[in-house]
Design a protein. Structure first.
Length: 98
């Protein structure tokens, strides 16, 4: 979410997805003045409370990253992402996940 938000702000600052991130933040936090960053923090806290394991716990290693990034860039699910992510951004997501 954080990488998407940063990518939207830098490359698609007029995207309606930015206001949707803010709207979702208000819904999940229950705070009328919440913004996207608050929503990201809320999700991060929730993952911590639920003790969601890192992908490393399932065997993901940095040596796997190039192959995963290449496959992710071609995956049909990426078409639903609000902004096209670069290889560097996808790599950053993986780095944060281990």
């Amino acid at each position: 979410m954080e990488i998407n938000l940063n990518a939207l702000k830098s490359r698609a600052s007029n995207s309606p997805a930015l206001s949707r991130y803010d709207e979702v933040a208000r819904l999940v936090t229950g705070l009328p003045g919440a913004g996207a960053a608050d929503g990201i923090g809320w999700v991060r806290n929730l993952c911590g409370q639920m003790e969601i394991k890192s992908l490393a716990a399932y065997g993901l290693e940095e040596k796997d990253f190039p192959d995963i990034v290449a496959k992710a860039r071609q995956a049909s699910s990426m078409k639903g992402n609000p902004v096209e992510l670069t290889g560097e951004e996808l790599l950053a997501i993986l780095q944060k996940s281990i």
